[in-house]
Design a binder for this molecule. Structure first.
Ligand code: FAD
Length: 378
């Protein structure tokens, strides 16, 4: 693969073997029963698949964003809903290593990377989805620290999280400059959890609401500078988008492989359906878009690692790869015919799993807005 070194190939092999041997065989059951696979996460942590870009001194793998993309793709080829957890840990580890105090890192990073502490990344609210500046959760200064009030919804890991990283308004008059991030112990008095949501796809990941009713926080709960929360959360999203792009590539690759395996076997009109040009052209479109999505994703990762601005590349990769995943999982269902529409066939699950990649980490309408703004210099 272009850009990949021996280190990348090695971690690709590790992730691929784990996905083939451990994750993929359990995917259908995890999807059907919406199970949280704690054991799989513990094994992923042992293999060093959490915190790929976190510094080795902090307990991470100390690798680059390209390595992170490679791992995300391979795991998602096995089952995307498992891969989400990897992306979430990466995002939180990035926030902590970039903005955490020595004490916050020492306390939280190790247990998070070992999958002992489960984390949640809390931005979205009922009135603040794409418009993050609309966040209404507040943190007010109290005698000894802060008092947090508000609620978040559709939060990954909310039903199982130990620690929530919460974007809250600390100055009602200051717009985007009036937001800060707080590290909240989910067992603290005043923290409540809503029921688990039942999702269309990626059903092993647990998503729900978190409520904060006058939750008392110490001064050490503040992550990064007061008033910089919006900027900090947004700056982490570039790497997050590379992760989702890679996850979408993994889903699309799995759909391509499933289609390629099916077409020589399925016979109609006395011939394998692989003989029909209508099917061949679908396969050709799948293969070229998967390759293009992978290249865009790797280019975004390499640009991020080079230290320059990569917002354009990251948004293009996320948008293109997720659109390709939705289109080509639908094509894989089409190639399977009626079987593709039946629960238990992998392509049916892949189609459902792909859809959310166009929605979270910034919808694809928002990605297009970002891309256009970058092009126009806005
Ligand atoms: C399974 C799942 C997991 C999630 N995990 C998390 C999580 O861990 N943490 C978290 O904070 N959030 C999470 N979310 C929330 C997710 O990030 C939001 O759903 C997403 O940002 C979109 O917000 P919204 O749903 O409110 O849609 P809205 O913002 O209401 O958008 C509705 C529609 O309008 C379009 N739209 C909005 N604004 C514009 C515009 N300016 N121009 C053009 N079109 C526009 C959107 O693209 C969309 O099509 C999760 C959601 C789901 C479903």
């Amino acid at each position: 693969m272009l850009y990949e070194t021996d280190d990348h190939r090695q971690i690709r092999d590790t992730a691929r073997r784990f996905a083939d041997q451990v994750i993929r065989p359990q995917a259908a059951d995890l999807d059907r029963d919406e199970l949280f696979p704690a054991e799989i996460y513990a094994r992923m942590a042992e293999l060093g698949l959490f915190g790929i870009t976190a510094p080795a001194a902090d307990g991470g793998a100390g690798m680059d964003t390209l390595a992170y993309a490679v791992v995300m793709e391979e795991l998602a080829r096995g089952y995307a809903s498992i891969t989400d957890q990897c992306g979430l840990v990466e995002l939180i580890a990035t926030l902590l290593t970039r903005h955490g105090t020595a004490a916050q890192k020492a306390r939280h990073l190790g247990p998070i990377l070992r999958a002992e502490t489960r984390v949640a990344y809390c931005i979205t609210e009922a009135e603040a989805g794409s418009d993050v500046a609309g966040v209404r959760t507040t943190a007010e200064r109290a005698r000894d620290g802060w008092e947090l009030s508000g609620s978040k919804l559709w939060i990954h890991n909310a039903p199982v999280a130990d620690l929530a990283f919460v974007l809250a308004r600390t100055d009602k008059e200051a717009g985007r400059r009036g937001m800060s991030i707080f590290i909240v112990d989910c067992a603290a008095p005043g923290v409540t959890r809503g029921p688990k949501e039942h999702k269309m796809g990626q059903r092993a990941s647990q998503v729900g609401a978190l409520g904060f009713d006058s939750v008392a926080l110490g001064p050490d709960a503040l992550l990064g500078e007061e008033g910089r929360g919006f900027h900090i959360m947004m700056s982490a999203l570039d790497k997050g988008r590379v992760g989702i792009a890679a996850l979408a590539v993994g889903i699309a690759q799995a759909a391509l492989e499933a289609a390629l395996a099916y077409v020589p076997q399925r016979r109609q009109f006395g011939r394998p359906i692989a003989d029909f040009q209508g099917i061949q052209w679908l396969l050709a479109d799948m293969a070229k878009d998967v390759a293009a999505a992978r290249l865009l994703t790797h280019q975004a990762a390499v640009t991020l690692d080079a230290g320059g601005r990569a917002t354009l590349e990251c948004s293009m990769a996320k948008c293109f790869a997720s659109d390709a995943a939705v289109l080509h999982t639908a094509n894989a269902v089409q190639i399977y015919g009626g079987s593709g529409y039946i629960r238990g066939f992998e392509v049916e699950r892949l189609y459902r799993d792909a859809k959310i990649t166009q929605i979270y980490e910034g919808t694809n309408q928002i990605q297009r807005t970002i891309i256009a703004r970058q092009l126009l210099g806005g």
